[in-house]
Design a protein around this ligand. Structure first.
Ligand code: ADP
Ligand code: MG
Length: 346
């Protein structure tokens, strides 16, 4: 008799291997699907000019947010922003959202109204219409699922897979702030748990706490690139950490990369807080997630336009796939780039 194989626990696989395994048998020959699973959003051709973009994201209490220090209004705003960010990563513009909630009985109507005030603020900020959703009871916590629909002109569509050898690697804004903001919030939570009399000390951490609690999608960057007439060759948004996203771009585009640690843009508050927490600032920037900046590659011909724009920093270049993916540190040593981003299943 054949011995039964033991059941495998999901912790055996990383998030991405799990998705790959589960979706292995789904193949489509529908020609209108330009991009299916494996990018920031799906891209479906509507006609010969326009592409529909669709993306969805979940926020789960205890995994993605801690109600102890997350104002519900900020949570609603962030839930929308992280979805819009995935549409920006395709070089497109978000238009509509649906919002679905699984709510446990500990939640008050007032808390949910605050959540929706945040959703509304984000709809105004990103010019979105709320067009539906679903609401259900849950045994515990709160889960928010948002789906976003957007559009992009076919010739403007940018995926993860177009980077070429010699392309330059560019990032918008600055990195590591959201992660360091989270460290400060977690520290103050521990202080509060041991002594509820002590008020949280968040003075001087305003920027990084905002980066964590109320991130913005870089919709403005999509507009700026259009104005500059620069179409990135590939693009992704930074949700899991720079290292993880570089590996995604390289894998999808079949290229290697050199990223220069010293060039990674960081705010002074992020750097100072990293040092105070005994965390190497470059490590915070490479592996701390949730900055929601855009990471993209450009052709060499666009170097000057991008270099002279204060929104962007060139942090590396793409190499041949067989040359590998490296972080070049301050001393000039090449270290194989590894993703130590979020490991939700561990
Ligand atoms: P992002 O970080 O940009 O939100 P993810 O890492 O969540 O993207 O997802 C990577 C890709 O896998 C996306 O194309 C997403 O639509 C797809 N995906 C994620 N989870 C599932 C799932 N359970 N079933 C099918 N596709 C999935
Ligand atoms: Mg993404």
């Amino acid at each position: 008799m054949k011995q039964q194989e033991p059941l495998r626990n999901i912790s055996e696989l990383g998030e991405f291997s799990l998705i790959e395994e589960l979706t292995r048998d789904f193949h489509s020959d529908k020609k209108e699907i330009i991009v299916g699973i494996g990018d920031d959003a799906a891209a479906i051709s509507l006609d010969n000019k326009t592409v529909q973009l669709i993306s969805t994201d979940l926020l789960v209490e205890g995994v993605h947010f801690d109600p102890m220090y997350t104002p519900y209004k900020h949570l609603g705003y962030k839930a929308v922003a992280v979805n819009v960010s995935d549409i920006c990563a395709m070089n497109g513009f978000a238009e509509y959202i649906t919002v679905s909630l699984a709510i446990s009985s500990k939640y008050s109507i007032e808390a949910l109204e605050e959540l929706y005030a945040g959703i509304k603020a984000a709809c105004i900020q990103y010019n979105l219409e709320l067009v539906g959703g679903d609401t259900t009871a849950a045994p515990f916590g709160l889960t928010i699922s948002i789906t976003v629909f957007g559009k992009v002109h076919k010739t403007d569509l940018v995926t993860r897979s177009g980077a070429k050898v010699y392309d330059l690697l560019v990032v918008s804004g600055d990195l590591g702030g959201a992660y360091m903001g989270l460290q400060v919030l977690e520290r103050e939570k521990e202080v509060f748990k041991t002594n509820p009399e002590i008020q949280p000390d968040l003075d001087g951490f305003d920027y990084i706490i905002q980066r964590q609690l109320k991130p913005e999608a870089r919709r403005d960057v999509v507009g700026i690139l259009k104005e500059l007439k620069v179409t990135p060759t590939s693009m992704i948004d930074i949700s899991d950490g720079l290292a993880s996203e570089i590996l995604h771009l390289c894998k999808s585009s079949n290229v290697g990369c050199h990223v220069y640690g010293e060039k990674i843009p960081m705010d002074t508050q992020t750097v100072q807080t990293s040092i105070d927490f005994n965390i190497d600032p470059t490590t915070a920037a490479l592996n701390g997630g949730e900055d929601y900046e855009l990471l993209f590659t450009i052709q060499q011909k666009d170097l000057e336009i991008i270099q002279s724009n204060p929104n962007f920093t060139i942090i590396g270049h793409m190499t041949d796939e067989k040359d590998g993916i490296y972080h070049i540190d301050k001393q000039g040593a090449a270290v194989t780039l590894k993703a130590q981003g979020w490991k939700h299943f561990n």
